[in-house]
Design a protein around this ligand. Structure first.
Ligand code: 5GP
Length: 190
């Protein structure tokens, strides 16, 4: 997606640990015009797939996914991160290792909001090692629902997540594929 890649080149910042910061338009301050275009693009890619719900993970996924869900005319559900020891029985749960914080946490979704009748599009801001996506896939499958695919804004294709998830048979659509962050420079695949 050309405007997204141009924006990353202009405003993205590379940090140690292969972290790309996009705080000025996605992760802290949000460019809602760009989000609307991203929503439209995912709608175009997943049109006619029978999506009934969009699912993401708090916090950064929510803004993006709400534009996607709005454009598709379906509800947005977000998985909540929790450190509670006693997980309630009325939720689906998965363990996720955070790429940026290194911590393991439980993510939960109320059983009320995803059911076996759902076909789910999973949305997230970044794909690195695939841990967040795997957690969300586990939750959808625990509900007996179908994963229609995943929509990622920025995939770091030099990390293993994309390969892992695609090899498991799940469709992954990424709007920008970053092939390297070496020497503080963002390089795209195409
Ligand atoms: P994964 O679970 O695929 O290893 O990492 C994806 C999650 O970690 C995303 O939800 C995102 O919040 C965070 N993340 C991974 N890499 C980056 C990055 O380079 N920049 C930012 N801002 N977040 C990242």
């Amino acid at each position: 997606m050309k405007i997204l890649k141009e924006r990353i080149m202009k405003d993205g910042r590379v940090f140690p640990g292969n972290v790309l910061k996009v705080d000025s338009f996605i992760n802290h301050q949000i460019d809602t015009g760009l989000m609307a275009e991203i929503g439209e693009e995912f709608k175009r890619r997943y049109d006619n797939c029978g999506i009934t719900k969009v699912l993401t993970i708090e916090a950064s996924g929510i803004a993006i996914a709400s534009f996607v869900a709005y454009k598709m005319g379906v509800p947005l559900v977000f998985a909540k991160k929790t450190q509670t020891k006693n997980i309630a029985s009325d939720v689906y749960t998965a363990k996720v290792t955070s790429y940026t914080h290194g911590r393991v946490y439980d993510v939960i979704v109320s059983k009320e909001f995803i059911t076996s009748a759902d076909k789910v599009l999973i949305i997230d801001d970044f794909l690195a090692n695939g841990q967040a996506l795997l957690g969300l896939i586990e939750i959808v499958r625990s509900a007996g629902a179908e994963v229609a695919g995943a929509g990622i804004v920025i995939e770091k294709s030099f990390q293993d997540g994309g390969k892992l998830i695609r090899n498991s048979g799940i469709r992954v659509e990424s709007l920008a594929m970053v092939s390297s962050l070496e020497n503080g420079t963002v390089t795209f695949e195409d």
